[in-house]
Write a protein that binds this ligand. Structure first.
Ligand code: GCU
Length: 632
């Protein structure tokens, strides 16, 4: 009976459930490897019903290199006759018919690639939003889910020699689904496609696949490096770490699994900090492979309600940022110029901190933060209440996203906070879900802080102060207590709260003056969002909604409360620039733009930009006791 059953399964499974490979673990430090760029012009075919992706008899339907042959099957597509788009780049802004499109778009690139003897080849995607089905020379390599993290496939044995001999076909599907991350509702544009660069990376048969370099000063300055080799000779292989400017060189030998760990005590190391983003060239060599990258060394910790960078209390003078370029129409930021423009505009606010919302930004963005001296909050898009917190598939996806985010950027000095959520509901499944993610983050990276953007509850002052009568109300009869007592707070290092007092609910910028923040947790808190919409150029009274004056006034008043709150250790107004959102319909003031930017979609500064720049200039000089806001 058992044999018959197994035979039955053997005959059914290959067709019923096409078992596709999952991506290989991405290679560390793509940028210092031998790379063939697959960026540039790709042909594309729009497939609204996504039939070819789901079709079991996949060979007949998916776009490939076949041409219709007399007597052969009907083939109703032709790559040579298809339109083209630029990769990296979302499809939305490159084809007017795709601006609102959600579904599958098939992309195709022909290229030549020689894999020299003794080398291996990896096909590396820095991101694709949202699901990517990858085919090389008519063979399905696998599928990746998640719109903002890298993935890779080994293609050593798939590549063909000769110019344009290879055909890479990628079906990207940006359809929103309830069980996905993010789920079906979010306040940003659902830009679909190959939104970050695509490479063929060549490495020696046995190569440096990953490495983690950590700094600690508990017992003097110590740098620890763990290096992971992959390949037939990974065992018993000498690995050498070098940091020439620190006269550091150390060699260790890998064990049978290809892992080597070394520890060095550098002399005269200058810590990385926002004020002095000192970086050192760190190189790692093993056999025929050698990689290097600039790295900073610093410590970050919490102590009571303080956030410490290199042992010193800091105030995070921040701004929230979406990864969207300055552009009159709206598009994903993709080029180094796009990203630098965003980060320079952030620096212009006298910031030392950026909240890269609501998903892992590109690796080029976090490397920029290292070089510019900006502390980073990096987060996964566990966003709002729609996430299916009781769905094991969703949890598995979230865990993979957290791992990919941490693994990619674990050597970035700028990153001090990993965030696992934004404005998620206070309920049991969500708490269990997020506690699992927090545990994963702490296992993957015990050196950084964990946070999440929480919601607060407004409570009556008298109720908050209990039987002794309301102390708060005695201070101010309109006192309003904003309580941050989300049970998730017990598992975080840094509390963070999004507030829109004065915009949502009570569109009255003075309302914030009556607010007092309270929390039962003895931890530092960051205002991770606050702000108001303003149309650039719309001027008027500061009490008139949508004016630049209203926005600037609300930010100014919120900053006054923030700096007076004893446990507040950071502010990140929402947000740097106006950004596209399908949820913002006001015909005059929005037109599918969320207008809370301190600058417009093209970078035109609103009054609020100077308001925040002035605040942060004073905070940089005077924290913890800056003079309060600008004279009204
Ligand atoms: C929300 C959310 C943001 C959103 C913002 C707003 O709280 O976190 O993603 O864009 O507030 O309403 O503008």
């Amino acid at each position: 009976m058992r044999t018959a059953l197994l035979l039955l399964l053997a005959t059914v499974v290959p067709w019923a459930l096409p078992l596709v490979a999952q991506p290989a673990a991405p290679l560390a430090n793509l940028y210092d490897r031998t790379r063939l760029s697959l960026n540039g012009e790709w042909a594309y075919i729009v497939e609204p019903f996504g039939r070819a992706i789901d079709n079991r008899n996949i060979r007949r339907d998916f776009p490939a290199d076949q041409q219709a042959q007399p007597g052969g099957p009907l083939i109703e597509y032709d790559w040579e006759a298809s339109p083209t788009l630029q990769v990296p780049g979302d499809w939305n802004h490159q084809d007017p018919t795709l601006w609102h499109y959600e579904g599958a778009v098939w992309h195709r690139k022909r290229f030549g690639a020689e894999v020299p003897d003794g080398m291996r080849a990896f096909l590396c995607f820095e991101a694709a939003n949202y699901i990517a089905h990858v085919f090389l020379n008519n063979e399905k390599l696998g599928v990746h889910e998640g719109g903002f993290t890298p993935f890779a496939f080994e293609v050593t044995d798939h590549l063909r020699a000769g110019a344009d001999a290879n055909s890479l076909v990628v079906a990207v599907d940006n359809t929103r689904r309830a069980h996905q991350i993010p789920s079906k509702r979010f306040d940003w544009w659902n830009y679909g496609g190959l939104t970050r660069p695509v490479w063929i990376v060549l490495v020696p048969d046995t190569h440096i696949h990953d490495y983690t370099v950590r700094f600690d000063d508990t017992d003097g300055d110590v740098i620890t490096a763990e290096v992971v080799l992959d390949g037939p000779d990974r065992g018993e292989q000498p690995v050498t770490l070098r940091i020439p400017e620190l006269n550091v060189e150390a060699t260790a030998t890998t064990g049978l699994t290809g892992v080597a760990t070394m520890q060095v005590r550098p002399e005269g190391l200058t810590r990385w900090s926002p004020e002095d983003p000192q970086r050192y060239t760190v190189s790692i060599e093993a056999g025929a492979d050698r990689v290097e990258e600039p790295m900073g060394f610093r410590t970050v910790a919490v102590r009571g309600t303080d956030i410490l960078v290199n042992g010193e209390p800091v105030f995070l003078r921040g701004i929230s940022i979406h990864e969207e370029a300055f552009d009159a129409q709206g598009r994903r930021a993709t080029s180094p110029e796009d990203l630098r423009a965003l980060m320079e505009t952030a620096k212009g606010l006298n910031t030392n901190f950026v909240r890269l919302a609501h998903y892992p930004h590109s690796e080029q963005m976090t490397r920029l933060a290292d070089s510019l001296g900006l502390l980073v909050w990096s987060e996964v898009p566990i966003y709002w209440e729609d996430i299916t917190y009781n769905n094991p598939q969703t949890l598995g996806l979230a865990r993979a996203m957290v791992e990919a985010m941490v693994e990619r950027d674990k050597n970035r000095a700028s990153i001090i906070i990993w965030s696992v959520a934004n404005e998620t509901p206070i309920e049991e499944h969500r708490l269990t879900f997020l506690r699992t993610l927090i545990q994963d983050v702490r296992t993957l990276d015990p050196t950084r802080l964990v946070s999440a953007a929480l919601k607060s509850t407004s409570v009556d002052a008298a109720a908050a102060d209990g039987a002794g009568g309301s102390v708060a109300a005695a201070v101010d009869p309109n006192r309003r207590i904003q309580l941050v007592d989300d049970p998730l707070g017990a598992y975080l290092d840094v509390l963070a709260v999004n507030t829109y007092v004065g915009w949502y609910g009570t569109a009255y910028p003075d309302a914030i003056q009556h607010v007092e923040w309270r929390t039962p947790f003895d931890k530092p808190m960051v205002l991770s969002e606050f702000g108001a919409g303003a149309l650039h150029g719309h001027r008027g009274d500061k009490m008139e909604m949508w004016t630049e004056e209203f926005q600037a006034y609300l930010l100014d008043e919120t900053m006054k409360v923030a700096v007076e709150t004893p446990f507040m250790r950071g502010t990140a107004p929402w947000l740097l620039k106006d950004f596209r959102s399908p949820r913002r319909w006001h015909g005059r003031f929005q037109q599918f733009w969320n207008r809370k930017g301190l600058v417009s979609e093209t970078g035109a500064q609103k009054l609020a930009y100077d308001t925040m720049a002035d605040w942060y200039r004073r905070l940089a000089d005077q924290w913890p006791s800056p003079t309060t806001g600008s004279d009204d």
